[in-house]
Design a binder for this molecule. Sequence first.
Ligand code: HQG
Length: 180
Amino acid sequence: MDNKITKGISKLLSYILRHSPETINLNLDENGWANVNELIAKFDLYDKRIDFDLLQYIVENNDKKRFAFNEDKSKIRANQGHSIAVELNLNEAEPLAYLYHGTVEKFLSGIKTQGLQKMGRQHVHLSADRETANKVGGRRGKPVILTINSGEMHRAGHKFYLSDNNVWLTDVVPVQFIEF
Ligand code: HQG
């Protein structure tokens, strides 16, 4: 399967399933699930269409496992990253002592005054290793990696969640838990 085509479709799917289902008049339930047949029928963006095989290929091969089917593959959703309000029933989990956040220089002054905020998303996104954080920060320019004292944060009562595709999520990271 052509990588460029699947990457383009995957980006559009992220947009639809995380941010803007109304663009194609798609219904999501309160847990973020879309009906697969409805999605296939309504998906028509920039002359791009999808069928079940392509959708299945993307779910299975997406580099960050961004999407998941339900058991009988009649429904699909994004595993994390939503800006629209959906209840993902995320698994609460105890983090390792340190997690990482990749960002860029221009955001540091804001982060130093307000800590890490969820900005447009439902959670602050953290990575288990520096390499992943480096990629996340690299989307915006030269990456700056912040080390989060997640063990200490957890002991202080902050909740952490681990998404099905292994992204660590939390509501806010107060500045005292960030090593710059
Ligand atoms: C920054 C991608 C100023 C924060 C990635 C980040 C990730 C602040 C940006 C996932 C701030 C928000 C999420 C503050 C945070 N002042 N700037 N107080 N607090 N920021 O995209 O973590 O490919 O919402 O540092 O791989 O970059 O879409 O978050 O730079 O997992 O699956 O505000 O998105 O995954 O940006 O990325 P985002 P993120 P996907």
